[in-house]
Design a protein. Structure first.
Length: 425
């Protein structure tokens, strides 16, 4: 993170305010504006952390606040420590500490044992703009709290950011959920991360996930979740990328499309390739359609790229998909409250029936993909390549990017789809 001070603004300030709120120093609304309340709150936090209360959010303050953004801290056990005692000290629960520290005795923790202590709030925030930095912090926090989660990378973005994923489960049926192929649909990233957290929380107490046994799902399936396929584009839209050569090039590209608001209307990767039009499934036809509309070169949206899989992000997702053995995939997009299930005239066994179950569980409509949007997407390529069920879920309603305040309502509708996908895969 960059150094922040009074009158700074943007998503980094939202992160600061989120951490201060979780730390209990009351910075006021999470509005991305470093005003007087945020300044006083930061100074209180700096004092409590033994730092110079200069009101500047630099490296030392960032390191001190980092546990509140990841959702956990580390504790070296001393004589007399127990999970119950530590839970009271850190305002959490013995069960949460036990989940993060499997195999460690709860009553007499060995002196010197390093423990992960989850805080008493969920890792995934619901009220801040999502960025690549926040996404990585969330994934780190989830893996620390739930050691049965595994992580990895599909590859790298244009700017070198990791295309991270989580792996949940030990079963033979593999499932893939992905989000934020489109930059201004970034709300799908916390949507997918929230599902991962709820799933993980349900596993250890033998709970249920939308009426399905979480333990059973875990033992029968292996779920891979990639919450941010286009991290560079997401950072552009949310304001985390606001300068430098990549920003300048994106601004230059956007200048050729004055009717598309910048950066809010940006769907593409940072080089102006629409990632969900870059897969080898009718790519030539997609090119014809989009070229007729004037998208013949890098653009904020609808440019198909120089060739199928010419973008590093789509190439990485395709390579990962070929390497795995996915029985079913779901790609989260916005908006429309609709589920698309088919590609061309390819008949995929049970795909329509599963789609109907998704629709019934969510209240979304199951529809055929509109012709002009029915080529070169990930779902299209997956169906063509593997003849297995693949779905695009267009979540929410409104104008992209949807406001983060819509997330809870969207999650309530989409969570049953994602749980059911594991049951039916």
């Amino acid at each position: 993170m960059k150094t922040l001070k009074y009158e700074s603004c943007g998503p980094e300030v939202e992160l600061l305010q989120l951490g201060l709120t979780r730390a209990g120093t009351e910075p006021g609304p999470t509005d991305g504006i470093f005003g007087g309340r945020t300044l006083v709150s930061l100074q209180r936090f700096q004092q409590s952390a033994g730092l110079d209360p200069d009101g500047i959010f630099g490296p030392k303050s960032q390191n001190a606040l980092l546990p509140y953004l990841r959702g956990y801290t580390r504790h070296e056990a001393v004589r007399g420590d127990s999970f119950f005692r530590l839970a009271k000290t850190y305002s959490t629960t013995p069960e949460a500490i036990a989940a993060a520290n499997p195999g460690i005795p709860a009553k007499n923790v060995p002196v010197g044992q390093m423990l992960i202590i989850p805080f008493g709030f969920k890792v995934v925030p619901k009220g801040v703009s999502y960025t690549y930095c926040l996404s990585e912090l969330v994934l780190d926090g989830l893996k620390a709290r739930y050691p049965f989660l595994r992580g990895g990378s599909l590859g790298r973005s244009v700017m070198g950011k990791r295309l991270s994923y989580l792996r949940i489960g030990s079963g033979p049926r593999e499932v893939f959920y992905n989000a934020a192929h489109h930059a201004n649909e970034w709300i799908t990233s916390p949507l997918l991360a929230s599902f991962a957290e709820d799933y993980a929380m349900a596993i250890l107490p033998h709970g249920d996930l939308c009426g399905h046994s979480a333990q059973s799902l875990f033992s029968r399936t292996t779920l891979f979740l990639a919450p941010m396929i286009d991290p560079d584009g997401v950072d552009l839209v949310t304001g985390a990328l606001d300068g430098g050569p990549f920003y300048d090039r994106a601004l230059e590209i956007a200048g050729g499309f004055p009717e598309i608001p910048f950066p809010q209307g940006w769907k593409a990767n940072i080089q102006g390739t629409d990632l969900n039009l870059n897969y080898p499934a009718g790519w030539e036809r997609a090119k014809e359609i989009k070229f007729e509309k004037g998208f013949t070169s890098p653009a904020p949206r609808d440019y198909v790229g120089t060739a199928p899989l010419s973008a590093p992000e789509s190439a990485a997702v395709a390579a990962f998909t070929r390497y795995r053995d996915f029985a079913l995939t779901v790609s989260l997009h916005t908006q429309g409250q609709v589920i698309y299930w088919q590609y061309g005239d390819i008949e995929v066994p049970s795909a329509y029936e599963i789609g109907l179950r998704f629709a019934a569980a969510s209240g979304y409509a199951l529809e055929d993909t509109p012709y002009e949007s029915s080529f070169a997407g990930y779902k299209d390529w997956f169906i063509q390549e593997f003849t297995r069920p693949g779905y695009t879920v267009e979540a929410g309603l409104g104008t992209n990017p949807l406001p983060i305040s819509d997330l809870p309502g969207i999650f309530d509708r989409v969570k049953p789809i994602l749980a059911l996908g594991l049951e039916l895969a």
